[in-house]
Design a protein around this ligand. Structure first.
Ligand SMILES: O=c1[nH]cnc2c1ncn2[C@H]1C[C@H](O)[C@@H](CO)O1
Ligand SMILES: [Zn+2]
Length: 381
């Protein structure tokens, strides 16, 4: 099979790290902004969806996570009413399903959607209703998809315990887990220990954005203090992998080749070894990382090295709007720029399904009934 975009789109995909407020359709941002009177940035003479899409991508292309995050004021700003939340959630499910995603965990921070007077519960109810409508419509279109929410708390704020309790209250009503997001430097995960300890006592699942804009101490805290089940990004774990007297980041392409031909040239530090030994799932988002400066390019993104070293890698979009991406685009970029093959795509997809916050039997069913047969058929196509 030739792995062009159309072929990749037809493959089943699993997405664990996708922000609801990072994947709003540009046309929807424009329409709701007009309805509710939200002031959008000036994008030239013509106010078009294409122009706005370009504005998001170019503004996010900043080399800094903090500046990347500033663009969210214009998506969060149009997600403050019940109909808007429901619509954005429904459309995001349709967009994912049409891209071949069969299971997705979509995350957002309920505390950021209270400006129109909704309660936290109303926010979650509306988003859930939109997800269910999207699932129904996608199935009717012939693209069945299962979607669960992850409830995020913002790491600079002080609502993490409250949001963790919300996630537990909604655990059987569409919310599969919890996350913290936002600017990483200066906001260590251990500040939210109370929320994480509560979740662990409740046998609940959570992931933590760590090792994106800040390095090893953030990953270490997320795992060893907070007990995260997965890491959002985790890309900076390569700072703990030695290669020829330096770290792999000094010569990522040579390190990739060494990982393929002679992995004994790579030296894992204690934390890097722990992450691999305990099979911690890494939710990697290549295009987002290139935009925020966490990785130099797609070709030199640590995902390829970490995949060769058999870390539990998953592939994700992060923010489809800001990063102008989709699962198909992420996969296609790795195929065309980093030498990935069909087997690698099957492997990350299965890894992601194994790492989902869905009950084991449901994960297994998607692997056995949907993912394996489709990739087996593709291998002979
Ligand atoms: O890549 C990211 N790192 C940290 N925070 C992020 C990233 N992408 C989105 N966010 C933030 C901005 C959103 O408003 C929030 C909830 O989805 O999460
Ligand atoms: Zn993220």
């Amino acid at each position: 099979m030739i792995l062009d975009e159309a072929a990749i789109r037809s493959l089943p995909k699993v997405l664990l790290h996708d922000h609801l407020d990072g994947g709003v359709r540009p046309a929807t941002v424009l329409e709701i902004a007009d309805e509710v009177g939200h002031e959008l940035p000036v994008i030239g003479d013509e106010r078009t969806a294409e122009g706005l899409a370009r504005w998001f991508r170019e503004s996010a292309d900043s080399g800094s996570l903090v500046r990347y995050l500033e663009t969210f004021v214009h998506t969060v700003g149009v997600m403050q009413t019940a109909p808007a939340l429901r619509r954005v959630a429904r459309e995001s499910v349709l967009d994912l399903a049409r891209d071949g995603v069969v299971y997705a965990e979509s995350r957002y921070a309920p505390e950021q959607h209270l400006e129109g007077g909704l309660t936290l519960e109303q926010v979650v109810d509306e988003v859930n209703a939109g997800f269910r409508e999207g699932e129904e419509q996608a199935a009717a279109e012939g693209h069945p998809i299962v979607v669960r929410a992850l409830l995020t708390a913002m790491r600079h704020a002080a609502k993490s315990r409250e949001i963790a309790e919300l996630a537990v209250r909604y655990r059987d009503k569409g919310a599969a887990g919890f996350d913290i997001a936002g600017a990483e430097a200066g906001h260590p995960p251990s500040r939210h220990l109370d929320a994480f300890e509560y979740l662990r006592r409740e046998n609940a699942h959570f992931t933590i954005h760590a090792g994106e804009a800040f390095g090893l101490p953030s990953i270490w805290e997320a795992l060893q203090w907070c007990g995260a089940d997965r890491l959002g990004h985790g890309v900076r774990i390569v700072d703990d992998i030695g290669f020829r007297g330096a770290t792999v980041t000094d010569d990522p392409l040579a390190a990739n080749q060494a990982a393929r031909e002679d992995p004994s040239q790579l030296r894992l530090g204690r934390l890097a070894a722990f992450v691999r030994d305990t099979r911690v799932p890494l939710e990697m988002c290549p295009h987002s990382n290139v935009q925020t400066g966490a990785a130099p390019s797609i070709a030199a993104h640590p995902i390829t090295l970490l995949a060769r070293l058999r870390y539990r890698i998953t592939l994700n979009t992060d923010n489809r709007l800001m990063s102008d991406t989709s699962m198909t685009r992420e996969m296609h970029a790795l195929v065309s720029e980093a030498g990935w093959e069909l087997d690698d795509l099957r492997w990350v997809t299965t890894n992601a399904m194994k790492s989902a916050f869905l009950p084991f039997d449901e994960r297994l069913e998607l692997i056995e009934q949907t993912i394996k047969p489709a990739y087996a058929a593709a291998a002979y196509a």
